[in-house]
Write a protein that binds this ligand. Sequence first.
Ligand SMILES: Cc1ncc(C[n+]2csc(CCOP(=O)(O)OP(=O)(O)O)c2C)c(N)n1
Ligand SMILES: [Mg+2]
Length: 365
Amino acid sequence: MFPTMADVVRVVAADDPLRALFSPAGELTAEGRSRLGLDAAALRELYRNMVLIRRADQEALNLQRQGELGLWGQYLGQEAIHVGAMTALRTTDWVFPSYREFGMAMIRGVDPADMLTMFRGLSHGPWDPRKYHFAPLAIPVATQVPHAVGFALGCRLKHSDEVVLSTFGDGATSEGDWHEAMNFAGVFKAPVVFLCQNNGWAISVPLSKQTAGSIADRASGYGFPGIRIDGNDVLGVYAAVMAAADRARQGEGPYLIEAVTYRMGAHTSSDDPTRYRTESELEAWNAKDPIARYRAWLEQQGIIDERTVAAIADAAESAAQAMRARLTAMPAPPPGEAIFGRVYSNPPESFLREREEFESSLEGS
Ligand SMILES: Cc1ncc(C[n+]2csc(CCOP(=O)(O)OP(=O)(O)O)c2C)c(N)n1
Ligand SMILES: [Mg+2]
């Protein structure tokens, strides 16, 4: 017998621990917030990390504008997702990111100056994924999603309790890779949390011209739950990712979180968003800025004061300057090593000869 729609809805709703924490509009409820059990120091840390990654993002853009980086894609406005999600995970959990997840990597402990070497043409992939449990940034849209699911299935087969976070944009959900990954994850109950950063745009294509219906609702077609939440609320993102990861860890399978936010900057430093979006749209989202909003709440709760806010801003400034100084002092790798160095562990003779020829061709140039 085929299940009816009512059966499907019942199955999906029955094992959904997130719904209880959120209002139907996707806002973390006061009751949900109180259940998080975060003390004042932890709440301040969330603020500090959002400020740190925002300042690093600005510095990276400055570097690009000064000709020190080839390209930069800002995550300005998406800090609540980066910090909330990374704080909710264990450091043993894996992350499979897209190209905009520099802030997430920073929170995981990757040195930001090392990370920027990729955008300065000094490295192909600056960190060891096994050390940080953080996969390389994926530039081809959505390719990281099937990787995440396959890896998550591997974790399950090894009986490890690691969970995988697969993060991507709204545009990525139009890719075949994304649907294949969702389907596979649902069938095999892979321990994966899908986190869509719905920032309203895929370069110059607005969500309305890309997606009919709701992204979150797509999960039910693949046999697991999905929820749309406010992606500019760091505590909401933290709660959702924590609950979805716990559920996956217990063998309950995947979850899709659609975190609604806005890309406040350009798509990348090569893009001019004034050609396709209005100033008023930007202003409306500016009023929902995740950092200003969280800071106002912390102040209201008496958890943070002006002095702490200023100290955090100073620390972020020093960290950004240190990142710049370290990056700009790094020597370029020898060209032969950069091009040939990571291709073979045991290079064949012909390859070594090619390398020699290349290197001697550079002599005197
Ligand atoms: C397979 C593939 N197609 C097209 C591109 C060009 N491209 C780069 S980013 C992007 C838009 C992605 O939008 P979204 O998934 O919403 O992520 P966002 O940039 O908003 O974070 C496109 C089409 C690409 N990198 N890879
Ligand atoms: Mg997008």
